[in-house]
Design a protein around this ligand. Structure first.
Ligand code: SF4
Length: 299
C-alpha cells in the first residue's frame, strides 16, 4: 500500500497507510473499519439472488451527503477497526456459513487494498465469491482499473449532473464527471458473472433535483446504452443535516418521482427496476412491466 492515498477522486494525498499516519479527508486510517455485515435481501433481484447478498458496510465515506441516513458511521466513523485477517474472517463467514451469493462491498473505496489482500488470503483456501462494488459512483477510473478484480458487478449511483449540487449536497467536487466515467468504465468492460450484470445504475431521486436525475438518464441512454440496468429509487427521506437544508428537508413529491420514471421509460430503459412511490410500499417493478420484488433500503 502506497502513500499518499489517491484512491478516490478527491485525491487528498493523506499519508495514511503507515503506523502513525494521518487519516485522510474521509477519515480512513491504516486499518479497514467495518460498521456491520450480514446477508441482505433488499438489493436488486440479480444481486440478492436466492441466498442474499453479503453486505459489508464500511465506515467512513469519500462524500459527505447532508441527507445521509448512515451518518453515524459514514460521517462520524462508528465501527470497529479490523486487521486484514479479521476482514477475511468476516468474508469467510459470509461465504461459508451464510452462503451468500456475493460479497457486497458498501462504500469500500478507502479500504480497497485491504479487501484485495483479504480476498487473496481466502482464494488460497478456495473461498471465492463474486464482488459487488456498491458505491456513490464517486470513483477514479485509475482505481477501478487497479482493483478491477473486486468489481464483478458495479452498483453505482448517478446522483447529480451538476457540480454545484454535488458540492453543496455532498462536498464532492467533480462528481458528475467522475461518476459518469466510472459508469462508462463498468459498462465498457462488459462481463458480469452468472446472473450478475456488470453494472446496475441507481438513480436516487432527490427533492428539488429531479431534473438532474433526468439529465443523467438522458446521458446514460445517449452516451452509454439504454440496455444498462437502472434502478430508479423513491426512498429519499430527509435525515441528518438535510432536516435544516431546503429543498433536502422534504420527501420527493409524486410529481417529481413520476417525471423521472416517465423519462426512464421514454429513454428506452427496459432492463431495470422502479420503486413504488409510497415509502410504505418499497417495491421494485420491472421497468415496462408490472412484476414486483421486495426491495429495502440499502444505504
Ligand atoms: S479515499 Fe479517503 S484518504 Fe484516500 S484520497 Fe479519498 S478522501 Fe483521501
Amino acid at each position: 500500500m502506497a502513500d499518499p492515498c489517491e484512491l478516490c477522486p478527491r485525491r487528498c494525498g493523506a499519508d495514511r497507510f503507515r503506523d502513525g499516519g494521518a487519516p485522510g479527508w474521509c477519515g480512513a486510517g491504516n486499518l479497514p473499519r467495518l460498521f456491520r455485515w450480514g446477508p441482505h435481501f433488499g438489493e436488486e433481484p440479480p444481486i440478492t439472488g436466492e441466498r442474499g447478498s453479503g453486505c459489508i458496510f464500511f465506515s467512513r465515506c469519500t462524500m459527505k451527503c447532508l441527507y445521509c441516513q448512515n451518518s453515524p458511521w459514514s460521517w462520524r466513523g462508528a465501527g470497529e477497526d479490523k486487521s486484514v485477517t479479521e476482514l477475511a474472517d468476516v468474508m469467510r463467514q459470509l461465504a461459508v456459513a451464510d452462503r451468500v451469493e456475493n460479497w457486497n462491498l458498501v462504500s469500500p473505496t478507502p479500504y480497497l487494498p485491504f479487501v484485495r489482500e483479504a480476498a487473496h488470503m481466502l482464494a488460497k483456501e478456495g473461498v471465492r465469491l463474486p464482488f459487488v462494488w456498491n458505491s456513490s459512483g464517486y470513483e477514479r477510473v485509475e482505481t477501478l482499473e487497479e482493483y478491477a478484480g473486486l468489481c464483478d458487478c458495479a452498483l453505482f449511483d448517478l446522483r447529480y449532473s451538476s457540480d454545484e449540487t454535488a458540492v453543496a449536497a455532498s462536498q464532492a467536487p467533480g462528481y458528475a464527471a467522475s461518476a459518469r466515467a466510472a459508469v462508462k468504465w463498468a459498462w465498457g468492460r462488459g462481463g458480469g458473472t452468472g446472473a450478475l450484470p456488470p453494472l446496475v445504475v441507481r438513480i436516487l431521486v432527490l427533492p428539488g433535483h429531479a431534473d438532474e436525475a433526468i439529465e443523467n438518464l438522458a446521458w446514460l441512454a445517449t452516451e452509454v446504452s439504454s440496455e444498462v440496468p437502472v434502478s430508479v429509487m423513491a426512498q429519499y427521506t430527509p435525515a441528518y443535516k438535510a432536516l435544516e437544508t431546503p429543498p433536502f428537508d422534504r420527501p420527493v413529491t409524486e410529481e417529481e418521482y413520476g417525471s423521472v420514471t416517465e423519462a426512464a421509460a421514454d429513454f428506452g430503459f427496459g432492463n431495470g427496476w422502479v420503486q413504488g412511490f409510497e415509502a410504505s410500499d418499497p417495491k421494485l417493478a420491472l421497468l415496462g412491466e408490472n412484476m414486483g420484488a421486495d426491495h429495502g433500503t440499502v444505504r
